[in-house]
Design a protein around this ligand. Structure first.
Ligand SMILES: NC(=O)c1ccc[n+]([C@@H]2O[C@H](COP(=O)([O-])OP(=O)(O)OC[C@H]3O[C@@H](n4cnc5c(N)ncnc54)[C@H](OP(=O)(O)O)[C@@H]3O)[C@@H](O)[C@H]2O)c1
Length: 247
């Protein structure tokens, strides 16, 4: 039996989009496990506030994941990475297909699909030999929710890349976590009362009877990242919301 060589130095975890929501919860979990954590995002204050909440030796780096020069500058300055998590968000691209603004859908790809690929490509020379990579997709990739065909395209494209990349990038590992509806600041764009009603409606049709918490997705990410025998997997973290109902 073989295993990765034990190391006495702390692992280095980088969470892109770590100043909020799922990324912040993931960074906190890595920090609690003793990792040195670097979080990135576009807003210096959000980064500083998140680093204070996370504690430990959390470093911050301001960067816009839609800008190649920001990505390159980050990787030029970073220490070798043991765990890379890409949690940058995008919101554009939803709506009924008949009226879907394709330019808006292209913005959705620009905000989520292309940043994940650019980050991943730029990261490769900076990943340790047995590093883990975890992308965050969305349940819309494979569910039949009306009004989400554009989001299915963005997230489905990312999920389709996981198995071939797992083989191509080995012995480094790559997986994705595919969340359902998670109560994070991503939803702040919806007015509070409307959000409350939306979450209540979604909870009623979700087998576990509620929407998810960012810490639950972080735990799924952490388990994939730290289990050296899992690669090429897309793990649903949806409370069962995307299961077929038999209708
Ligand atoms: N919440 C959900 O219900 C849900 C469901 C399915 C999938 N997801 C996916 O989960 C991931 C995390 O979402 P979340 O809910 O945790 O969102 P969130 O709370 O809005 O956090 C997004 C993080 O990404 C950063 N970010 C966004 N755009 C960026 C850019 N262009 N460059 C650099 N950083 C950027 C944000 O910081 P700045 O804004 O300061 O840059 C923040 O740190 C996203 O990929 C989202 O699509 C979420």
């Amino acid at each position: 039996m073989t295993s990765a060589t034990p190391s006495t130095t702390p692992t280095h975890a980088v969470v892109m989009g770590g100043s909020s929501g799922i990324g912040e919860a993931t960074a906190a979990l890595f920090a609690r496990g003793g990792a040195e954590v670097t979080i990135t995002g576009r807003d210096e204050k959000k980064l500083a506030d998140a680093a204070a909440r996370i504690g430990g030796s959390t470093s911050t780096h301001r960067m816009d994941a839609t800008a190649q020069e920001d990505i390159d500058a980050f990787f030029a300055a970073t220490e070798p990475i043991d765990h890379l998590v890409v949690a940058v968000s995008g919101a554009a691209g939803s709506g009924a297909f008949a009226d879907l603004d394709l330019a808006e859908l292209a913005h959705g790809f620009d905000a989520k699909f292309w940043p994940q690929l650019r980050i991943l490509q730029a990261a490769l020379p900076h990943l340790t030999e047995h590093a883990s990579i975890t992308l965050i997709t969305a349940a819309s990739a494979r569910a039949a929710f009306p009004g989400t065909s554009g989001l299915a395209a963005i997230n489905g494209a990312l999920e389709a890349m996981i198995p071939p990349l797992a083989v191509e990038l080995a012995p480094r590992r790559i997986n994705a976590v595919s969340p359902g509806v998670i109560d994070t600041p991503w939803w702040d764009r919806v007015p509070p009362e409307q959000r409350k009603q939306l979450f209540a409606g979604l909870a009623a049709t979700t087998p576990v009877g509620r929407v998810g918490a960012p810490g639950e997705v972080a735990a799924a990410i952490n388990s994939l990242a730290t289990n050296g025998f899992i690669t090429g997997v897309v793990l649903d973290c949806t409370g069962g919301a995307n299961l077929p109902t038999g209708r």
